[in-house]
Design a protein around this ligand. Structure first.
Ligand SMILES: *[C@@H]1O[C@H](CO)[C@@H](O)[C@H](O)[C@H]1NC(C)=O
Ligand SMILES: *[C@@H]1O[C@H](CO)[C@@H](O)[C@H](O)[C@H]1NC(C)=O
Ligand SMILES: *[C@@H]1O[C@H](CO)[C@@H](O)[C@H](O)[C@H]1NC(C)=O
Ligand SMILES: *[C@@H]1O[C@H](CO)[C@@H](O)[C@H](O)[C@H]1NC(C)=O
Ligand SMILES: *[C@@H]1O[C@H](CO)[C@@H](O)[C@H](O)[C@H]1NC(C)=O
Ligand SMILES: *[C@@H]1O[C@H](CO)[C@@H](O)[C@H](O)[C@H]1NC(C)=O
Ligand SMILES: *[C@@H]1O[C@H](CO)[C@@H](O)[C@H](O)[C@H]1NC(C)=O
Ligand SMILES: *[C@@H]1O[C@H](CO)[C@@H](O)[C@H](O)[C@H]1NC(C)=O
Ligand SMILES: *[C@@H]1O[C@H](CO)[C@@H](O)[C@H](O)[C@H]1NC(C)=O
Ligand SMILES: *[C@@H]1O[C@H](CO)[C@@H](O)[C@H](O)[C@H]1NC(C)=O
Ligand SMILES: *[C@@H]1O[C@H](CO)[C@@H](O)[C@H](O)[C@H]1NC(C)=O
Ligand SMILES: *[C@@H]1O[C@H](CO)[C@@H](O)[C@H](O)[C@H]1NC(C)=O
Ligand SMILES: [Zn+2]
Length: 713
């Protein structure tokens, strides 16, 4: 899944957003001068160590294309394609990874049927076609087993009522509607996609007494690349196909991720099953296209409060309507959603190269399942990259090389429903992972456009940036740029903060250093058809990455990164950078506390003192690293670098959501994708509960002190 568009409240930079999207008020624009002015003394082309050269030279865009072709020409909705999991393991085995499948028995649901009819103001009925159009140009859109539109984990149900437009469906939107006196109870919500994770839109509608949700994508999210601006739509041009529909899960992911039936433990055949209603909606939902939605919006024109008067950001979109709230007397939607519930097998593929030190492990993962037959970007651009990376390590193994640390590749199933395959695997192996994991690197949509994006925990920033400098990237026809130059030219060198929405969550919240990477669309790039039957090989080959050169660059970057994490004498972490970022999050928190006039009531100094202790430990071990020369010293240092971040994990987890344990970052309760920093304190302050905030200052400080204690040499 992934894709995150909300502007987080308290972060340096918008979230786990890798795809820069048109909804950002200031989409990043590449500036070659900024990029090259940063080049400094770095040589071009980059100078490579011999092993780096073996890895990078092994990458071939033609073979990447062939892996992509395989994944994107067969149904692989979660739990439906074991042979694709086995095929993945077989390729990795051929390249020297010992590979096999890890199976879990999880709750999923599958689409059976749905319907929607509206009654408009003049009494006529409107019964739109709900499916995406089949395209002769793109063969997989006509496969007989193509996946209908639906929301994963939406319950079966019917709803028939007047409806209300609720904007992006955040809590603040509902509060605004309530203030305006718009009746919500018993109505159906018509909501725009974008902003909070879709499951939270449904949760909010449910919490405000509504009985069903219809979700649509607004062309306002497409910036200038629209049919209205003269661009042809897919398959003839870069604009969004007007029948495009975004599928996706409606689990309440900010409460917990993974199998809804087994919170906190692995889903085995005989595992006990918990009450899933904590994270699964009671009310049905259905996604539709902008074309289907427009008459529904128009029917509300002149009823309730018009969009301008509502005066909320991202309320009014670009469709031909006033975005009035409604309801309108007698203007109703009647819809049904029928899904088949199953507790069924899913398959993760796992590939291993044993290192010399088996108590030090680097993991690189990507999910394999897709909402649709294709998955050209999400997730199989990442899957193709992982096979090519396995091939590159195979080339290195063939020289007799053996890594110092164990390398694990993972191809997760059922990520789309709620990071299920990765979460269950982590829950099964958590004691071992806590004792051995160095880092988890995630690549989901490796390529949905050309703009590289990176989010990571702070100790990884330097090694990630250094690795980017080794990769030449033919971005928009430039022949003299590295991936670093392009990333820097887009981001000014700022990393995103991890929220939720892809397979890193279970790792991060067990205190394991984590990264999420991939390249997304810039403001003038072809529209990426996220979670649609148009996310295909044909789209990728025609618009997304015709020569698979972005795939190659992202893969080369990950290869260099895995190589150094697995092979340097001392794990290449910059722990002082963690102190810098913790302090910056503290400053954001201080601003929030001031704006809430809570400065005297809430004492943040325990947190500041704890960060100062962390800083002292980080400085001490950094000094020790500079003088360390023996294997015994390396071993001691590496064990501290591996283990210190476990300290950030709070026993019992965050208030009301035990799954999320990291005291410094979590997905926002009402954003889902986008992160919030010092979440225990921040969210309590936002709720006005200063007692709770005070206790979380102490808990967070204690966690930082534990990390500092582990790190101290
Ligand atoms: C599984 O995926 C492969 C490759 O995409 C495809 O050839 C095969 O038909 C799929 N299997 C099923 C049961 O759909
Ligand atoms: C790695 O080493 C362990 C312990 O020596 C052994 O049990 C395991 O089979 C090895 N795995 C691989 C993939 O070689
Ligand atoms: C009712 O309104 C819809 C939407 O504006 C329009 O398409 C339809 O032709 C109208 N029907 C009648 C009978 O006026
Ligand atoms: C979109 O088009 C408008 C009007 O032509 C222009 O001012 C703006 O710069 C364009 N935006 C981008 C991101 O190119
Ligand atoms: C809309 O809200 C903003 C503040 O959120 C306010 O400054 C502005 O005056 C409002 N506009 C209208 C038309 O009410
Ligand atoms: C917008 O809809 C109105 C009727 O509601 C219609 O008169 C007008 O032509 C439409 N505009 C466009 C650009 O389609
Ligand atoms: C729900 O709607 C469908 C389609 O209109 C209909 O077949 C079904 O009987 C309805 N179910 C209930 C419980 O009303
Ligand atoms: C980089 O390439 C661009 C176009 O390919 C060119 O305009 C520019 O002068 C080059 N810059 C350097 C420093 O070589
Ligand atoms: C591989 O990339 C080169 C440019 O770097 C391009 O000329 C070639 O056509 C690409 N091959 C494929 C199969 O896309
Ligand atoms: C904080 O105090 C200022 C000045 O007294 C006041 O204007 C503001 O509304 C207060 N803010 C909150 C969130 O209470
Ligand atoms: C921690 O150290 C960084 C520099 O490494 C500094 O910027 C920051 O202010 C320090 N934080 C505290 C709380 O001392
Ligand atoms: C503040 O949070 C605590 C702990 O969750 C809770 O017991 C208390 O009722 C909350 N206070 C308010 C005013 O909500
Ligand atoms: Zn994905």
């Amino acid at each position: 899944m992934k894709i995150n568009k909300a502007l987080p409240l308290l972060v340096l930079q918008a979230g786990s957003v890798l795809a820069h999207t048109r909804e950002d008020s200031n989409p990043p624009v590449f500036d070659p001068h900024r990029a090259l002015s940063k080049r400094q003394e770095a040589p071009f082309p980059p100078i490579l160590e011999p092993n780096e050269a073996i890895l990078l030279n092994s990458f071939d865009n033609a073979t990447i294309e062939s892996w992509s072709y395989y994944y994107t020409h067969g149904l692989h909705l979660a739990g439906t394609n074991k042979s694709q999991s086995q095929w993945t393991a077989d390729r990795w085995s051929e390249f020297g990874f010992t590979s096999g499948l890890a199976s879990y028995y999880v709750y999923l649901n599958y689409p059976v049927s749905h319907s929607l009819t509206a009654t408009l103001a003049n009494g006529s009925t409107y019964t739109p076609l709900l499916e995406e159009e089949v395209l002769a140009e793109d063969e997989v859109t006509s496969y007989p087993n193509r996946v209908p539109i639906f929301n994963g984990y939406s319950p079966s149900g019917n709803a028939s009522a007047e409806y209300v437009y609720v904007g992006r469906g955040q809590k603040v939107d509902f509060e605004r509607l309530r203030t305006l006196g718009v009746q919500l109870e018993g109505k159906i919500a018509l909501s725009r996609y974008g902003g909070p994770f879709r499951g939270l839109k449904v949760k909010n509608a449910q919490d405000y007494g509504m009985i069903g949700v219809i979700l649509f994508t607004d062309t306002a999210d497409d910036g200038n690349i629209t049919e209205a601006n003269g661009y042809a739509a897919y398959p003839y041009g870069p604009a969004r196909n007007p029948t495009y529909v975004q599928r996706g899960s409606v689990e309440f992911v900010s409460t917990y991720s993974g199998d809804p039936d087994t919170p906190g433990y692995a889903s085995k055949l005989d595992s006990p099953r918990a009450d899933r209603s904590v994270v699964i909606p009671r009310i049905p939902s259905l996604p539709i296209s902008w074309k289907t939605a427009q008459p529904l919006l128009q029917a509300l024109d002149g009823h309730g409060v018009d969009g301008k008067t509502v005066n909320r950001t991202n309320w009014v979109g670009k469709l031909n309507a006033t975005y009035s709230t409604g309801p309108a007397l007698g203007v109703t939607i009647s819809f049904s959603n029928v899904a088949r519930d199953e507790i069924t097998w899913i398959w993760d593929s796992i590939g291993i190269i044993n290192g010399t030190n088996q108590d030090e492990v680097v993991i690189l993962g990507n999910h394999r399942d897709a909402w649709i037959v294709g998955g050209g970007s999400d997730p199989n651009s990442g899957s193709a990259v992982l096979i090519e990376l396995a091939k590159a390590f195979g080339a290195l193994l063939a020289t007799g090389w053996k890594p110092k640390r164990t390398i694990i590749l993972a191809s997760w199933d059922a990520e789309e429903y709620a990071s299920v395959g990765s979460t269950e695997w982590v829950e099964e192996y958590v004691p071992w992972l806590k004792g051995s994991a160095i880092a988890y690197l995630n690549v989901d949509q490796a390529v949905s456009g050309p703009d590289p994006g990176l989010s990571a925990t702070p100790e990884l920033h330097d090694v990630v940036a250094e690795s980017l400098k080794k990769v030449v990237y033919p971005y928009h026809g430039y022949s003299n740029l590295t991936l670093y130059d392009v990333w820097y030219g887009l981001s000014d060198g700022e990393f995103g903060v991890l929220g939720a929405g892809s397979d890193y969550v279970a790792f991060l919240h067990n205190g394991i250093a984590s990264l999420d990477t991939g390249a997304g669309q810039g403001p003038n790039d072809p529209i990426y058809h996220y979670h649609s039957s148009y996310d295909t090989f044909h789209w990728m080959k025609t618009f997304g990455d015709p020569y698979f050169t972005t795939h190659k660059a992202i893969g080369q970057h990950l290869a260099i990164l895995v190589y150094h994490l697995a092979n340097d004498d001392i794990i290449p972490f910059n722990v002082e950078n963690y102190g810098i970022h913790l302090t910056s999050y503290l400053n954001d928190l201080r601003d929030l506390v001031e704006s809430e006039n809570a400065t005297t009531a809430l004492n943040l100094s325990p947190l500041e003192d704890a960060i100062a202790k962390f800083n002292a430990s980080a400085a001490a071990i950094t000094a020790f690293i500079q003088t360390a020369a023996t294997e015994v010293e390396f071993k001691l240092i590496n064990s501290k670098l591996r283990d210190f971040s476990r300290g950030f994990v709070s026993q019992g987890g965050l208030p009301t959501r035990e799954f999320y344990k990291h005291v410094a970052f979590a997905p926002g309760l009402d954003t889902g994708y986008a992160p919030v920093t010092w979440p225990g304190v921040t969210e309590a302050v936002q709720d006005g509960n200063l007692t709770l905030a005070g206790s979380w200052v102490l808990k967070s400080a204690r966690a930082v002190e534990v990390a500092a204690g582990i790190l101290a040499p």
